[in-house]
Design a protein around this ligand. Sequence first.
Ligand code: BF8
Length: 621
Amino acid sequence: QGLENLSIWNDAASMLAKAKKDGVETVWDRLHEQRNECAFCAQGLSCSKCVMGPCRINMKGDKRQHGVCGADADLTVARNFGRFVAAGAASHSDHGRDVLDTFAAVAEGKTKDFQIRDEAKLRRIASELGLASDGQPIDAIARALADKFYQDYSSRSEELSFLSRVPEKRRTRWAELGVTPRGIDREVVEMMHRTHMGVDCDATNICLHAVRTALADGWGGSMIATELSDILFGTPRPTASKVNLGVLRKDMVNVLVHGHSPVVSETILAAAKDQDILAEAAKAGASGINIAGLCCTGNEVLMRQGIPLAGNHLMTELALITGAVELMVVDYQCIMPSLVRIAACYHTRFVSTQDKAKFPGATHVPFTPENARDKAREVLRMAIEAYTKRKPERVEIPGQPVDIMTGFSNEAVLEALGGTPQPLIDAIKVGSVRGVVGIVGCNNPKLTHDYCHTNLAKELIKRDILVVVTGCATVAMGKAGLLTPAGAEQAGQGLASVCKALGIPPVLHVGSCVDNARILHLCAILANALGVDMSDLPVAASAPEWYSEKAAAIGLYAVSCGIYTHLGLPPHITGSKTVTNLALNGLEDVIGASFAVEPDPFKAAELIDKRISTKRTALGL
Ligand code: BF8
């Protein structure tokens, strides 16, 4: 397999060449071996949910049009898609629960390893959600807030706490459709129930429950994860940092944090400042400990602490192939099982930290809210020991790091605007900012790495459309130079003038994938300020290179909030006309937005631009 066209980046190309030389297999090799994928699976037409099957539904011809149970193509696709979305919502939300467990342990005085770093935000959210906060001790407020969020996870008959942020018109629409999310866990469990054989046999009805499940993620699990992470680790403020594999250091102990929850990565960061640990690193001959991030936990520590980002999803294997990484410490999600094998090809230690996410071949160091700091020190000592075994002749760190600016929480954005969204609304009204688009999500080896991300962003900012970015797309934007104020040179005149006046980049980094909740909240703030529904705003979302169940949940909650959403490739639903039509058209009538699928970033920019123009015209702009 040729190495051209796999990625647009030089650091990736150098490491792909080194992988060949070192005899290391990567995700692209495995994709090649898996080519000629099953057409039934690709269309969502295979079912292995019971042992009367497995079944494959034939859309053409007169045989095998139904599974053994009698399910047709529509039902089979809807059941598969429903479970796909439920898995994504469960992943974000269970991550949120882990942050909540840590927060509750702090509130109950069970740990000294974590503190409440943003007390003002805790008080603000408590009073926003109707909890008494004035004059109350901080622990009591935290306990009450923890209880409230635990209730959000359970089987409530009312709505989730943060739905109070949603504009009235949107909430009414959800209520009319019967998709108002109740408990976070409840919607996921109900999806598993509905998609068991012989329960919900109506494809559209299952899709509506997928909407409800996704909304429980966006306004529930993800939003809780974001807000509590800010309270525990600090609300992001604009900060400078760097990105690409060049952030690894030849002279230092390199530790990569990979996964999602900031609980582990923040503790590793804190322990890496301990004087005795630094002295041990010096004794081993290193000039310090260099922590760098990957994927979403990388986004978390980048946003709040300015920790450099080594790479996104498709760079995780390549980061180890540098031969310069002493240790990779992971929690969960998007961690390719192959990483353990690749680490074993070098001197790299691979450490898992969560009992729910074990990796055969890894060293398991279970972190809890109570023992996290001690465990982090243990992990760093392993890294220091590994440094003494590094083989300099096998080390190759490609490229120079690129400067980036990060930390654009809604609080920071509003503060920069003088405490109100009005200046942004004014800029939208006069057209210097024609609209706002969230580019989110993953990489997928089926698409040239970061080609769609970077080209779509460039096309949008040229058209005076402000881009906000989260997750793995962040790394692409950073490497392309779009996350610095100088990136505004690539923007249209209107957007460039706004960026210049505020000293901000044309693409704002707003966090990890759970932090897409920040984008939902910002849209709600704008809609409320204008007195319109979220579906009336000149905004859109895009996941150009997505791969995961979580991204499907994000896309669906965006659409369910009335946000037109572009995908670079379709989910496995094309075997059902009903489900595909619903996604591409039908949802527009019921929920005020739909999906668009377009692999070409230039064509996608046209589609998004057209949508934004339509929304602007409807608003009389
Ligand atoms: O939650 S962007 S590849 S790391 S799924 Fe995964 Fe996709 Fe990256 Fe984060 Ni989001």
